[in-house]
Ligand binder design. Sequence first.
Ligand code: MCA
Ligand code: AMP
Length: 506
Amino acid sequence: MGSLYAALLTAVQRAPDKLVIRTATENRYTGHDLIRQSQKIAAALQSLAVTRGDRVLVQVEKSPEVIPLYLAVLQLGAVYVPINTAYTLSETDYFIGDAAPKVVVVDPDALASTQEIATGHDVPYVLSLGTRQDGTLMDMAGSAAPLLQFADVHADNLAAILYTSGTTGRSKGAMLSHGNLLSNTQALAEAWHFSASDHLLHALPIFHTHGLFVACNLILFSGASMTFLPKLDVEQLITLMPDATVLMGVPTFYVRLLESPRLNETVTRNMRLFISGSAPLLEETHSAFKARTGHAILERYGMTETTMNTSNPYHGERRPGTVGPPLPGISVRVTDRESGRPLPAGETGLVEIKGPNVFHGYWKNAEKTQAEFRDDGYFISGDLGFFDNDGYLHIVGRDKDLIISGGYNVYPKEVEAAIDDLPGVVESAVIGVPHHDFGEAVVAIVVKRTNTAVAEQSILAGLSNRLARYKQPKAIIFVDALPRNVMGKVQKAQLRKEYEDILRPE
Ligand code: MCA
Ligand code: AMP
């Protein structure tokens, strides 16, 4: 197994005239055009001396043009580093400093502000890419002759670094190799029976594993096609469903689809597969969807560090509330939290993963990497679960202090640190509470200094330039003191219980 790029190129070249990517209104790329455009972008990047191992950091709005850019980076053997467009400038500053990219690509509107940050980190080039095939990168590619050669990379060479929030400090970059991504794509193509006749409705962001690797790699590798939609719009999805075969989404997609009276068996009758992941799908969502459409949503389980680990079966029972057995070639075990001893079926412990999908460590962070691997090579996921007697994995909770809101991870420590820095705040505790739409939502419990005028609005205003919108609390509660145990540790479980209904609809 070698280059992910070579595998995707071979697959796309099989049907050069086929329309691979379209939007709701435009036919954008045939296989031939997609490859040609990526080769022109590769030539443009090469003219800036981008070469093997160089990072290319990309923070742009979703558009079909991002796919040839991604392919171009892979073609050069460089490392693709996608960043959430919701990040504030101060968050972006950290990622640019940490990744030390040779090139940063941003939205045309963000060019000047990013240039300033990038200069501070000695980044040689900042280019722009807009959603209307515009920007300085497009200008350079337009006049470039397509680059036909591609880097002869090994399976262990890095293809991408994806940042995932850290439980203690700042986000860590998960280093994913060509072998990681290609092996997982092959495993998913087989497990989910993907073929050239598939058409995916793509409404996820493309800066995370789910929307980029699970969705796009799989479509290109299968010689299939997709409709690229800028964001989730359930009415648009339902309108497009009769011409599609697959949807991938986070649980919020399915909760919102069910809110539409137009969702029924007729509109979904050409669909062969609805896939859910990134956060737990409630059993009630699974059964309501089955009752309304006749389709059993296929739930799978993954992580940025490992891409996909387990999946409910394509044929056979898709068991609600479980994430299914391990994918072929991947070992998953459940161990005792303290001793690390593997546990039998039925007993809950830490979920650990080993296989060709498991990442190569955290970028510039050997210490953290070492802490999260067992001596025998298993990666400690930080999720808690158990296997049932039929080998289906049940994720029952998290050992890590993590909130997953609408499929986005929020690390309470990061939000607490930002709140605690604000004037008038003594301390805070950030928790996730049930939310009908996002699954979990961020809530902050704050202790303020006596006689200060700190209010919910002043805290939100103080956070607005520091934290991406999805990390900001949906509610702020003021208390006199945080509950602590004898060791002085804040009792988050108690807070979660106390405020579990705070965001439930009346
Ligand atoms: C938007 N907002 C959110 C979220 N999204 N707040 C909390 N959590 C969120 N996820 C904010 C907006 O800024 C806005 O704030 C308000 O909530 C309402 O926004 P809305 O228009 O409803 O949002 P949307 O554009 O419809 O987005 C909701 C969404 C989206 C469709 C659930 O967040 C989404 O696409 N999530 C998918 C994330 C994803 O791809 N995760 C995969 C990670 P205001 O109005 O106040 O400004 S990869 C992964 O986890 C692993 C590897 C895996 O297994 O896949
Ligand atoms: P990320 O750090 O964005 O890669 O998120 C990975 C985390 O998402 C995992 O460690 C799990 O906690 C969670 N996750 C992903 N898929 C599922 C699922 N189907 N059910 C429950 N949790 C999930």
